[in-house]
Design a protein around this ligand. Structure first.
Ligand code: CP
Length: 312
């Protein structure tokens, strides 16, 4: 049993081992008519999503099914959560039903860590994987981003990765900052002052508010979604100002080095944070990220449920 709660749970060797395994799974499965391995037959994985998701939930479900696990999806809106059942009681109920793993997305920062603590205190063997907790962390997103960057650039040492946008509300930015720093990349975060987190000076990054200055020598650029749902109705700068100063327009993308990869974790808001044509250009790795997400999450399931047997 091995939880995955934060990008900080992994050292560089462990990250590379996950990326290697994900790459091998991708090479062996993509293009096959039957994409099924027996490794997790008899194991039960449950997803608990208290926030909406397309990519993360569906790719975890696909990853589990391709490894022959039984995968059960529990959503807050159709479960007894809607009757007031707590996160702790819901998780312990699902563990008692037989979940070997709970994959959890929750709007509260720290929810996955809290849940892992409760499960350990109760002596359950159910593994917790963080699928995004509030504004805190999204470790499997950072891993699939690293897999995509490694495929495009060959490695991380000496590479400059620029992450642009709503850093304040972004669990993706925090997990990527930790993971890419562990791997030896230079990470530069770019955001207007109003979307820079308090305490970012303690992160292993350089912070800037000047996208045009930073993009000219970027090896990879990751555009983030502006999370209006976490802004309580206040959106500053305005969407129009934001698009002009921080959007990756076609004109801006033309000033990137020719080898630079363009990433976005999705969902994309085209026309504001990324231009329509930029999202579909050959330099765009957005759909590679999505495909890599399946294989990377297969590797995460194997790490927690197979490779760590006897390692609780
Ligand atoms: N990148 C990401 O977490 O997307 P979803 O919200 O669709 O899962």
């Amino acid at each position: 049993m091995r939880n995955l709660l934060s990008a900080a749970d992994l050292n560089a060797d462990e990250i590379h081992a996950l990326l290697d395994e994900a790459g091998e799974l991708k090479d062996s499965l993509l293009g096959r008519e039957v994409r099924k391995l027996p490794t997790l037959r008899g194991r039960t994985i449950m997803t608990m999503f208290y926030e909406n998701s397309t990519r993360t939930r569906v790719s975890f479900e696909t990853a589990g099914k391709w490894l022959s696990a039984d995968v059960i999806n529990v959503s807050a809106s159709t479960s007894s959560v809607s009757k007031g059942e707590s996160l702790r009681d819901t998780a312990l109920t699902l563990s008692s039903i037989g979940a070997d793993m709970l994959i959890v997305r929750h709007p509260a920062s720290g929810a996955a860590q809290q849940l892992a603590g409760w499960m350990a205190a109760e002596g359950t063997r159910t593994t917790i994987v963080n699928a995004g907790d509030g504004m805190h962390e999204h470790p499997t997103q950072a891993l699939l981003d690293a897999m995509t960057i490694r495929e495009k650039l060959g490695g991380f040492a000496g590479r400059k990765v620029v992450i642009v946008g709503d850093i304040l509300h972004s669990r993706v930015a925090r997990s990527n900052a930790i993971l890419l720093d562990t791997l030896g990349a230079e990470v530069v975060l770019v955001a207007p002052r109003t979307l820079q987190p308090v305490g970012v000076d303690t992160w292993p990054v350089r912070m800037s508010d000047d996208l045009d200055a930073e993009l000219v020598d970027a090896d990879a650029i990751m555009m983030l979604r502006v999370q209006g749902e976490r802004m309580n109705g206040g959106f500053f700068p305005s969407p129009r100002e934001y698009a002009v100063r921080y959007g990756l327009s076609a004109a801006r993308a033309a000033r990137l080095p020719s080898h630079a990869a363009v990433l976005h974790p999705g969902p994309m808001v085209r026309g504001m944070e990324i231009g329509f044509s930029v999202a579909d250009a050959p330099s765009s790795a957005v759909l590679d990220q999505v495909t890599n997400g399946i294989h990377l999450r297969m590797a995460v399931l194997l790490r927690s449920l197979v490779h760590s047997e006897g390692n609780a």
